[in-house]
Ligand binder design. Structure first.
Ligand code: ZN
Ligand code: ZN
Length: 369
């Protein structure tokens, strides 16, 4: 999901020219055949997804599509009209990652237009798994995992009840997400007629997140190398959620935070003249923002080491970490996301040799080395 910690107050878009002509759609012309449409996300503090429209010689290509919701669908349609095209004209859909605020409407766009949908294989695997898996299997995994990290009984009880009630579990989000029909291959051009759009694999927020580098002169001649569609990887005022990849079928001890930090450095070295993110607003100085985020994570890891002066379970660590609101006010589902983030940080510290699991502890506790 798209639960994210807010770290700065979003500012209005500083780059680009707002288009008039549609009251419901907020569309920005970024120049050089690139527009963005603000597609609302219902009941979410993020507010909206910026769906980008990239003109190609074969028709417009969307980068992300928005949340599966009637108002979002209407806004996307109105935005396309304001740009001078329509849903039926969409040639292709490039998805930065599988989250529902990015991939939610892809299936409807494909139905209305016959467009292809492209995604990195690692995220396509998640879409496939989510479509095919029984809701009960996910709940069983979650309950076992939360028990292992030291979640208290009052948190586990509703999950156990849902597992016991297996036959009546409601469908999980993402169960009707569209299966992509093209693979985004890292390092390769996407093969869009008349454009140079290169995929850069940036795992961390999800295992198959990609940024897309438009390797063309900046239309406003800003210094640097082209423009970067950054999805959720690099946002101007928000640090994206980094949790575990949470694959019930894979027990590999992945290191998503390590992946994310590596991906950030890679993006910082690109030297893009402008970043077009999927939330908030377009910005310049990608390298500066990368440095800020790297510094933020370094500071956070150091802070956690302080907390780990005494042995803590991942759950206890999550309770003591700083969130955008006090722990008592964090709802049940978001606590699962928070503890996943705590675990991702523990994985990193263990990998760096700065913390280790206390032998024989159950549920497992961790201690700074
Ligand atoms: Zn996301
Ligand atoms: Zn998002």
């Amino acid at each position: 999901m798209s639960e994210q910690s807010k770290e700065a107050i979003p500012r209005p878009a500083g780059a680009g020219r707002p288009l008039t002509g549609s009251r419901t759609a907020q569309v920005t012309d970024h120049g050089g055949g690139v527009h963005s449409i603000k597609v609302p996300i219902p009941d979410n503090p993020l507010g909206h997804t910026l769906v980008h429209v990239l003109d190609t010689d074969r028709g417009p290509v969307l980068i992300d599509t928005g949340w599966d919701d009637p108002e979002a669908w209407d806004t996307l349609g109105a935005g396309l009209a304001a740009v001078g095209t329509e849903m039926a004209e969409i040639h292709g859909v490039v998805i930065t990652h599988h989250h529902p605020d990015h991939h939610g409407l892809s299936g409807q766009v494909r139905e209305a237009s016959g467009a292809w949908i492209a995604m990195h294989a690692a995220d396509t695997a998640i879409v496939r798994r989510t479509r095919e898996s029984e809701p009960g299997r996910w709940l069983t995994y979650l309950a076992a995992k939360l028990t292992a990290v030291g979640a208290p009984e009052e948190h586990l009880a509703p999950l156990r009840a849902a597992v016991a009630d297996g036959g009546r579990v409601r469908t999980l989000p993402g169960s009707r997400a569209a299966l992509p029909d093209r693979e985004i291959v890292p390092g390769e051009l996407l093969g869009l007629a008349g454009r140079r759009l290169r995929a850069i694999w940036t795992p961390g927020h999800t295992p198959g997140h990609v940024c897309l580098h438009l390797e063309e002169e900046h239309p406003g001649n800003l210094p640097g190398r082209g423009r970067l569609f950054s999805g959720d990887h690099l946002l101007p005022g928000i640090s994206p959620h980094i949790g575990l990849y949470e694959d019930p079928d894979d027990a590999t001890a992945t290191d998503p935070l390590g992946d994310y930090l590596d991906s950030l450095e890679r993006i910082g070295r690109l030297g893009a003249a402008e970043v077009l993110p999927a939330h908030q607003y377009a910005f310049t100085d990608a390298a500066g923002r990368v440095r800020e985020l790297l510094g933020h994570h370094e500071e956070r890891l150091t802070g956690l080491l302080g907390l780990l002066a005494e042995p803590l379970t991942p759950w206890e660590l999550a309770e003591r970490m700083e969130w955008n609101r006090p722990w008592e006010q964090i709802p049940h589902g978001s606590r699962n996301i928070a503890v996943s983030e705590a675990e991702a940080h523990l994985r990193r510290l263990v990998k760096l040799g700065r913390a280790e699991a206390v032998p024989g502890s159950e549920p497992v506790t961790y201690l700074a080395v």
